[in-house]
Design a binder for this molecule. Structure first.
Ligand code: PLP
Length: 361
C-alpha cells in the first residue's frame, strides 16, 4: 500500500457527472439537463466578452471592483460586502474551507444541491442531511439537526432539483433559530427567476449570520464563463477574501458578467419568458398524467410512478433528442428534472412525454 493518501473525507466524494450533451445517432438535440438559459446571454455581454479578447495577455482585476459596483448598483447592495467567485460553486467551497473542518457539521436538505455535501467533504467536515416535507425545505427539521458542531447551513431557495421555495418569514425564522456559531447560506442561484425577490439580501443586511450566493450561470446564460458571487456581513466577506486566490475569475468572465448584470431589460425578458413556458410545460405534463411540484425556477421536476417509469421515459426522451436530468442521486429516483427550454423545446418535451405515456417506448 502506498503511503501517499489524501485527507480524510476526500475519497467519499463521488466524481461529479455533468448533464449529458449529446445522444449517439440523434441530431437536433435539445439539452435540458443543466438549467441553462435557452436564449444564451445578452448581446451586451457577448460584445463585452469579445472586446476582452484584446487584453488576454493582461492579468484580470484582483478586486473585481467593476463587477462588484455593477452588482451593487443594479441590486441596491453594498459593493464592499460582495465577493466574486469562479461560479457560486467557488463561494460555497470558500465558505466550507474557511468555516468547517474535521469534527464540524454542515447541514444540507434532503434533496439539496450536491455541491454542499461535496464541498463539506472536501474541507474534511461532516455533511448532515435534514429531511424535507414533500420536497419542500422544512425549517423545523433543519433546526432539529443543529448541534454545537454545526458551522454552516445551506438552503437553496428556490431549491434545485425540486424547484420549490419557502417564504421570507420561514427563512427569517431559520436564520434566528440556528446555532449561534453557524452561518445560514441562502443559495439564490434561481432568485432572478422569482418576481420581486431579493434572494435574501434584506435578511443578510438585517443579521450577522446570513450569507447569500448568486450566479451568472442560470438566468444570465453565462455558465461557460464561471462567475458567481456572495453577499454577507463584512467580517465574513473579509474571511472569504483571504482564502480566495487573487486572480480567481478570468478577465473576459468579469467583463461579460458586468455587462450582463447591467442589461436589466434582457434579464427581465428572460424571466418573463421562462415563467410563461414553465407554466405551459407543467400544465402540459400534468395533462399527460405526469405531475410536477410548483416550480419557481427554470426547470420542473416531473414525477413518475416509480424509478422504472422515470428511467424508461428518460430513454424515450433521449431517443427523441431530448436530454433531461435523472435525479436518483438526489434521493428522487422516480423523478426527472427538465429545464424549461424555449417554446419549441417545451413543445417537443410535452409531445414526447405524451407519446411515452400513450405507450411509445
Ligand atoms: C447551478 C447552481 C449553482 C451554481 O452554479 P455556478 O455555475 O457554480 O455559479 C449553485 N447552486 C445551485 C442550487 C445551482 O443549481
Amino acid at each position: 500500500m502506498s503511503k501517499i493518501t489524501p485527507q480524510p473525507g476526500i475519497m467519499d466524494i463521488d466524481l461529479y457527472e455533468g448533464g449529458q450533451t449529446h445522444v449517439e445517432g440523434v441530431s437536433d438535440v435539445v439539452k435540458l439537463s443543466s438549467n441553462e438559459n435557452p436564449y444564451g446571454p445578452s448581446e451586451a455581454a457577448l460584445e463585452a466578452y469579445r472586446r476582452a479578447g484584446y487584453d488576454l495577455h493582461r492579468y484580470p482585476s484582483s478586486d473585481h471592483a467593476g463587477l462588484r459596483k455593477a452588482i451593487a448598483d443594479v441590486h441596491g447592495l453594498d459593493a464592499e460586502r460582495i465577493v466574486v467567485g469562479a461560479g457560486s460553486d467557488e463561494i460555497i467551497a470558500f465558505l466550507c474551507q474557511a468555516y468547517a473542518g474535521p469534527g464540524d457539521e454542515v447541514i444540507h436538505t434532503e434533496h439539496g444541491f450536491a455541491m454542499y455535501r461535496l464541498s463539506a467533504l472536501a474541507a474534511g467536515a461532516t455533511p448532515v442531511e435534514a429531511p424535507e416535507q414533500q420536497r419542500v425545505t422544512d425549517v423545523d427539521a433543519i433546526l432539529a439537526a443543529c448541534t454545537k458542531r454545526t458551522k454552516l447551513v445551506f438552503v437553496a431557495n428556490p431549491n434545485n432539483p425540486t424547484g420549490t421555495m419557502i417564504g421570507g418569514n420561514e427563512v427569517a425564522r431559520l436564520a434566528a433559530g440556528i446555532s449561534e456559531q453557524a452561518i445560514l447560506v441562502l443559495d439564490g442561484a434561481y432568485a432572478e427567476y422569482v418576481e420581486e425577490y431579493d434572494g435574501g439580501a434584506a435578511l443578510v443586511e438585517a443579521r450577522d449570520n446570513v450569507v447569500m450566493t448568486r450566479t451568472f450561470s442560470k438566468l444570465y446564460g453565462l455558465g461557460g464563463l464561471r462567475v458567481g458571487w456572495g453577499y454577507g456581513p463584512k467580517e465574513i466577506m473579509d474571511v472569504l477574501n483571504r482564502v480566495r486566490g487573487p486572480f480567481n475569475v478570468a478577465g473576459p468572465s468579469l467583463a461579460a458578467a458586468e455587462a450582463a448584470v447591467r442589461d436589466v431589460a434582457y434579464a427581465e425578458k428572460c424571466r418573463i419568458d421562462n415563467a410563461r413556458h414553465r407554466i405551459w410545460l407543467s400544465e402540459a405534463l400534468a395533462g399527460h398524467g405526469v405531475p410536477c411540484d410548483i416550480s419557481m425556477a427554470n426547470f420542473v421536476l416531473a414525477r413518475f410512478a416509480d424509478r422504472d417509469e422515470a428511467d424508461a421515459c428518460d430513454r424515450y426522451l433521449k431517443s427523441q433528442g431530448l436530454i433531461a436530468r435523472k435525479v436518483a442521486g438526489y434521493n428522487l429516483p422516480n423523478c426527472l428534472r427538465i429545464t424549461v427550454g424555449d417554446e419549441s423545446g417545451c413543445r417537443r418535451v410535452a409531445h414526447a412525454v405524451g407519446q411515452f405515456k400513450g405507450g411509445a417506448r
